[in-house]
Write a protein that binds this ligand. Structure first.
Ligand code: ADP
Ligand code: MG
Length: 266
């Protein structure tokens, strides 16, 4: 089971939208996927149609060891796609973890208990911070995906994220690598969006996925219906982009090449 964290400490950059639609795209081609909703706001859970009464066990209990990993797993309407949902109590985890041993490795240990062969991939939807939850995700992950919104301050905060990744790599998880940076909410009618996309590609190079996710109203509507955009309207530009991104993800996962390190050590 490949573990992919989706992280960026900025809010509203498309982490959750990417987690939902990438996991759906992977499930659509036959992968068995587990999403871990690691954001107390629970947007990935809501977007995948998990009602609050079906969140009796959440990522919080699984993380603190009150419940086993498999006890937290809930099926979604997408065949092959399951989720460990989040509830607001996850917001207390940042503090509660401080008094628990090995607080940076909780999620890694939990994922080590996953039944072998049950899932092909685990996608972790991180909260908008670089706190202990995100650190747990980075320690547990093999790969990191970073969504960047095509807006003026796109690269702002990236060096902070990279510093965190370097720390996690040197102290806890040397094999963590960046799978790719995904440009999101690209608006082709907006020259600034174009400019930002060009600049980001110039600065970060090949680590940036070729696929750019367009700003697409279907992507923002779908969560209120509790279904992924890829199911809500599989032919919209947003869904097609996420399918293309999934293909790139699979290519990168099966390739020996690395797309990170020197390119993004700025
Ligand atoms: P994050 O998880 O990083 O906070 P979200 O994925 O929740 O970001 O996206 C923030 C908001 O923008 C949400 O309302 C979402 O529906 C919307 N959104 C995300 N990606 C797109 C897109 N490509 N086009 C239009 N709206 C989007
Ligand atoms: Mg989110």
């Amino acid at each position: 089971m490949i573990r992919i964290a989706i992280a960026n400490q900025k809010g509203g950059v498309g982490k959750t939208t990417s987690a939902i639609n990438l996991s759906t795209a992977l499930a659509a081609i036959g992968w068995r996927v587990l999403v871990i909703d690691f954001d107390p706001q629970g947007n990935a859970s809501t977007g995948l149609g998990i009602k609050h009464e079906h969140r009796r066990v959440s990522a919080y209990q699984v993380l603190t060891g009150e419940a086993a990993l498999t006890e937290g797993v809930v099926k979604t309407a997408v065949p092959g796609l399951e989720i460990i949902p989040a509830t607001v109590d996850l917001s207390g985890a940042e503090i509660d973890l401080l008094s628990i041993g090995e607080r940076t490795h909780r999620l890694a240990h939990v994922l080590d208990t996953a039944p072998p062969d049950r899932w092909d991939a685990c996608l972790i939807d991180c909260p908008p911070s670089l706190g202990l939850l995100t650190v747990n995700a980075l320690v547990a992950a093999h790969k990191l995906m970073v969504p960047l919104q095509c807006e003026f301050f796109a690269l702002e905060g990236l060096s902070q994220l990279l510093t965190t990744i370097e720390r996690v790599r040197s102290r806890f998880n040397p094999s963590l690598s960046i799978l790719g940076v995904a440009l999101t909410m690209y608006d082709r009618r907006n020259r600034l969006s174009d400019q930002v996309a060009d600049d980001v590609r110039e600065v970060l190079g090949r680590v940036v996925f070729n696929t750019t996710i367009p700003r697409n109203v279907r992507l923002s509507e779908a969560p209120s219906h509790g279904i992924p955009a890829l199911i809500y309207d599989h032919r919209c530009a947003g869904s097609e982009a996420y399918m293309a991104l999934a293909r790139e993800v699979i290519d990168r996962l099966s390739s020996k090449k690395t797309f990170y390190q020197s390119q993004v050590s700025a």
